[in-house]
Design a protein around this ligand. Structure first.
Ligand SMILES: [Ca+2]
Length: 310
């Protein structure tokens, strides 16, 4: 999200920690251990979500969005309608209308409706204060919304932004799209000396169709001296410290953000062609890390048909 205002991200959420009752739980397990184990086994089969595995990588965090409600232990709902440093037009709410689990997907829904001081609503979720990671592979399977003025994003911010501010904390935009460019997605880093419109960026362009037509896997592979962006199995951007006009600020933990902005300096406002509501569907978000001495990346930059580079 280019043009980001540091202040809006730099407030840690209040954690709502619900403790378990160990006495009750051990009594239950003692009496019904066998039934409980059977129940878990059958539930796993019925749920049908295979443990996602990737050769050479270790899954360290994921949300498959297979429950009935958003997991408050994984996501913080950000609220507000102050434009978020980008001139955005929506009010982010914590209502199910704007973010919910449906059919195995996280749904972020942008709506045209008055709320607070704004004419649109949407949602913005983050892992800040709950989980953050340094290096690894972060990916999400997403079907983005469409239409002029829509601005879906899957991105990461440095967890130290409260201390050092933005852009010194670093920002990795894994996937951004603006509605007037239905065939394009953008991958970008923002850091000191290269932020806002000066972010270091690349674009992947479909030869036909629109990204909103179907799900794609958007991700990065991030190491001590390189970040690679990919869509599905296609690498379209690699950044190393030598490629940056300023400091490399990507050696500390970053947290994840998912949001759908409406309007803003970059996408511009919705117009008469924009259809509401619009939804961003997220099948899963997964974070992998390299185990000690882990295998090589599966991504070697092969080019696949159907994509172009800019
Ligand atoms: Ca799912």
């Amino acid at each position: 999200m280019r043009g980001r205002n540091s202040g809006v991200e730099c407030q840690l959420p209040k954690l709502d920690v619900t403790g378990s009752n160990p006495v009750a739980r051990s009594a239950f397990l003692g009496k019904y251990a066998v039934l409980f184990a059977l129940f878990v086994a059958v539930s796993s089969l019925v749920a049908g979500t295979p443990a996602p595995s990737l050769p050479g990588w270790q899954l360290v965090w994921h949300d498959e969005f297979d429950n009935t409600a958003l997991d408050g232990g994984k996501w913080v709902r950000q609220t507000g309608g102050g434009g978020w440093g980008n001139g955005e037009l929506e009010f982010y709410t914590d209502r199910a209308e704007n973010a919910r689990i449906e059919g195995g997907n996280l749904i972020i829904e942008a709506r045209r409706e008055k709320f607070g001081n704004r004419e649109y609503t949407s949602a913005r979720l983050k892992t800040q204060g709950l989980s953050a990671w340094r290096y690894g592979r972060t990916e999400a399977r997403i079907q983005i919304p469409r239409g002029q003025g829509l601005w879906p994003a899957f991105w990461m911010l440095g967890g130290n932004c409260e201390n050092v501010g933005w852009p010194a904390c670093g920002e990795i935009d894994i996937m951004e799209n603006i509605g007037r460019e239905p065939r394009r997605v953008h991958g970008t880093v923002h850091g000191p000396g290269y932020s806002g419109a000066q972010g270091v960026t690349s674009t992947l362009e479909l030869r036909t169709g629109a990204f909103a037509d179907s799900f794609h896997v958007y991700g990065i592979e991030w190491e001590a001296d390189a970040i690679r962006w990919y869509v599905d199995d296609t690498v379209y951007k690699t950044v190393t410290p030598q490629d940056l006009p300023g400091r490399w600020v990507y050696d500390h933990p970053f947290f994840i953000i998912l949001n759908v902005a409406v309007g803003g300096y970059w996408p511009g406002a919705p117009d008469s062609t924009t259809v509401f509501p619009q939804t961003m569907r997220v099948d899963y978000v997964r974070v992998y890390e390299k185990p000690h001495g882990g295998g090589p990346s599966r991504l070697q930059g092969e080019r696949q048909p159907g994509y172009g580079w800019r």
